[in-house]
Design a protein around this ligand. Structure first.
Ligand code: TYD
Length: 205
C-alpha cells in the first residue's frame, strides 16, 4: 500500500512520518519511508539544487521539471520495488505537492502539470493521502520559530494561502483518497490519529 503525507509548511509531517512508520511496524507491517524531493542519491542532488539559496534565478518551469525528475527516480528506484515486495510505502510529499505548490501556488496550468506528473510517476498514485491540517499563519509561525528557513519558504504569504486553498480543492476532488488530520493538536494526539487511520485503511484492504 502506498501512503503519502501532505500539508503546508510547519504542519509536522516530517516528525510524524517516522512515528507512523513505527506504529505500522508494531502492527506487523514492513514499512519503507522516503521523502520528496530526494529519497535517492540522484534525487538528493536535485534537492540541493532546488533549495540552494543562491539559485534565486531558477525559472518556474525549471523548478517544476526538477521536482518531476526527482520523483521519477524515486518511483522507479524505491517506491515501485518496495510495493512489488509487498511493503507499505510512506512518502513525505508526492504529486499533490506539485499540484498545490506549482499549480495553485504559482498559477501553473493544472492540466499541463497533471500531465507532467503522470509522465514522471508512470501513473502511480497513492491509495491513501494523509493531510496534516494547519493554517498557513500557524504553520509558518511554527516553521519560523524552528529556524528552518530555506529558499522555498521565502515566497510571500499569499502564496502559502493559495497553496492551502489548493489542497482543499484537491481533497474535495478525491475525498475517498484523502484523510484530513488536525495538526494543531499535540504531537502525540496527531500521531495516534494518523496511526488509527492508516491501520484502519490497511485492514480494510
Ligand atoms: P522540505 O524542506 O522537505 O519541507 P517540508 O517539511 O515542508 O516538506 O521542503 C519541501 C518544499 O518543497 C516545500 O516547500 C514544498 C516544496 N515542494 C514543491 O513545491 N513541489 C513539489 O512537488 C514538492 C515535492 C515539494
Amino acid at each position: 500500500m502506498f501512503i503519502t503525507l501532505e500539508g503546508p509548511e510547519g504542519s509536522g509531517k516530517t516528525s510524524q512520518l517516522p512515528r507512523l512508520a513505527e506504529a505500522l511496524r508494531a502492527a506487523g507491517h514492513t514499512v519503507l519511508t522516503t521523502r520528496e524531493p530526494g529519497g535517492t542519491p540522484i534525487g538528493d542532488q536535485i534537492r540541493k539544487v532546488l533549495f540552494d539559496l543562491g539559485n534565486k534565478s531558477m525559472h518556474p518551469r525549471s523548478e517544476i521539471l526538477l521536482f518531476q525528475a526527482s520523483r521519477a527516480q524515486l518511483v522507479e528506484e524505491v517506491i515501485q520495488p518496495a510495493l512489488a515486495a509487498g511493503q507499505v510505502v510512506l512518502c513525505d510529499r508526492y504529486a499533490d505537492s506539485t499540484m498545490a505548490y506549482q499549480g495553485y501556488g504559482h498559477g501553473v496550468d493544472l492540466a499541463q502539470l497533471a500531465e507532467l506528473v503522470r509522465f514522471a510517476t508512470g501513473g502511480l498514485q497513492p491509495q491513501l493521502t494523509l493531510f496534516l491540517d494547519i493554517s498557513p499563519q500557524d504553520g509558518l509561525r511554527r516553521r519560523d520559530a524552528d529556524g528552518n528557513w530555506n529558499r522555498l519558504d521565502d515566497y510571500d504569504f499569499e502564496f502559502h494561502q493559495r497553496v492551502y486553498a489548493g489542497y482543499q480543492e484537491l481533497i474535495a476532488a478525491e475525498p475517498q483518497r484523502w484523510a484530513v488530520v488536525d495538526a494543531t493538536r499535540t504531537p502525540d494526539e496527531v500521531a495516534a490519529e494518523l496511526a488509527r487511520i492508516a491501520l484502519e485503511r490497511l485492514q480494510s484492504k
